[in-house]
Design a binder for this molecule. Structure first.
Ligand SMILES: [Zn+2]
Length: 82
């Protein structure tokens, strides 16, 4: 997989950096929302997306890794996975 996903709490002006192939998503985004955004971005980059999940331009499935919390949140459980 070539495209990497990162999360940030800062404002995003360029969600996809073609030089580093990094997609930056807002940290507040849910995993489902992240999938939607990644798929939309990749579709814009002319990468045909499968019916489920997201796919890199090389054909590998893109796994949306569980976020690394950038700040401590109390009592919040993060669900991740499909
Ligand atoms: Zn790839």
């Amino acid at each position: 997989m070539c495209i990497r996903i990162t999360y940030t709490t800062r404002p995003i002006c360029e969600p996809y950096d073609s030089a580093t192939q990094v997609i930056t998503l807002p940290a507040a985004l849910s995993p489902a929302g992240a999938h939607l955004v990644v798929r939309a971005l990749l579709t814009e980059l002319a990468v045909i997306q499968p019916r489920i999940g997201a796919r890199c331009h090389c054909g590998a499935a893109i796994r949306l890794l569980p976020r690394v919390p950038q700040q401590r949140r109390s009592g919040q459980v993060t669900h991740h996975g499909a």
